[in-house]
Design a protein around this ligand. Sequence first.
Ligand SMILES: *[C@@H]1O[C@H](CO)[C@@H](O)[C@H](O)[C@H]1NC(C)=O
Ligand SMILES: *[C@@H]1O[C@H](CO)[C@@H](O)[C@H](O)[C@H]1NC(C)=O
Ligand SMILES: *[C@@H]1O[C@H](CO)[C@@H](O)[C@H](O)[C@H]1NC(C)=O
Length: 433
Amino acid sequence: MTRLSISTAITMLALGVMTQASGLCDKDLKVSTQSDLDTIKSCKLFGGTITIDSSPAGELALSGVEEITGGLLMSGNTALRTFQAPDLAKVKGELRIVNHTVLGKLQLPKLVEARKLMLSVLPALEQIEFSAGLSQVDEAHIEDTHAPSVSGFKPEQLRSFTLISNNYLRQFDFSSVKDVMGSLHVASNGNGLDFQAKQLMSVQTGDFRHVAQLDLSALNRVTGDIMFHENNFSQLQLDQLESIKGSLTIANNNQLTLTSFHHLGKVGGAFSVGNNTLLTAIDGFPSLAEVDGTVDIAGNLESYALPALEDVRGGMRLQTTSSKLACSDLEKKMKGEGKNVVKGETWSCGASLAEEQLQPTLGQDSPAPAGGFNMVGAPGGGSSGSFSGAKGFANEKGKQGAVGGEMTSLALDLNPAMGWALLATGSAVMFGL
Ligand SMILES: *[C@@H]1O[C@H](CO)[C@@H](O)[C@H](O)[C@H]1NC(C)=O
Ligand SMILES: *[C@@H]1O[C@H](CO)[C@@H](O)[C@H](O)[C@H]1NC(C)=O
Ligand SMILES: *[C@@H]1O[C@H](CO)[C@@H](O)[C@H](O)[C@H]1NC(C)=O
């Protein structure tokens, strides 16, 4: 603060601005009317936080201020239709614009930096545009807006990113981003969403739902879990991906016909593929050698090919409605003479099962990440509790072990004494229980 005050003072002296303003430029400001904002017009650098939360104004403009060292926090201004900050380039704290039911125009033409960006519950906002290119953001959360697209989103690196419940959103250009150090959540936007993340190389956790087109073609490392639920794309291609430290879940994608993960060698948690109605083959994983959790596969699968798989430390379960897949062949490969691919004790394979007999695979029922105001200020900036890191049976004895994560009902669903044994009641072939 001291350093900032000094630099403020120096800046202002250099510009010949009256020192009378310097006190005003350095303390937090609570705004109700335009004249409150006008008192800081001469503050190019504003050394505090500006809060606008019960203003009756229909229009507000924050002019003159180029940088805010604290936050700009706006919420619940029920009459506000237009807000503009024509000179604002940097917000070193949080830029928070939430709960404005009639805000239709938001103009931030010079904004290039905001440590945390929170846009939420803005049902009248039809355009989100950062014309100068928002290139520095740590955490971004965009939820429940009316915008069909967002333009000028240009960071290379982010700590977390959440894009949820923007029902009109058709396209999001995430292609500037190379690294997400925490979580990346994209869910429940307009069903036709095209999410382009073509330069993204690493992410900690990824959760993609209700996406119609997804480009993750450069993704190389996932340091936590990654899941794909209820998407509408027909192909899932992540051919640069080499390792997933947590679990991989591909579930309930009813248009999916092709998976392609050519370089994926290791999954540190569970490998779970379930209820992708049109997916008839488990293939596209030619390099997958090691799965430290459970291999859990269910659907209408006619063929199975995990040719490089030589070490499954958890159990394995395969359930298919097809009669084309021979469980006896699979057993020979995985558990036969001299083979000890599956180390966990739990092993089951069922073919010709009826649809209703299929047990949900690990993570198939996991709820979408929570959105809303409670996300704000969550420790670590957004990784919600729904990422349990469920690894299924991760240890050699086939006991439930959610390594490195809390135990959740996901793992409990797989109680071998109950869930898995149900398979025996169908025309399933069972081994090793
Ligand atoms: C939204 O703003 C209105 C009006 O100020 C307030 O009554 C309401 O509680 C706010 N809702 C949330 C979720 O903050
Ligand atoms: C989902 O994909 C199918 C097949 O490509 C298409 O017919 C349908 O319109 C898509 N649905 C949405 C909501 O985009
Ligand atoms: C299978 O996925 C579809 C969506 O693709 C979903 O509607 C259905 O509920 C899922 N079935 C189960 C048993 O989860």
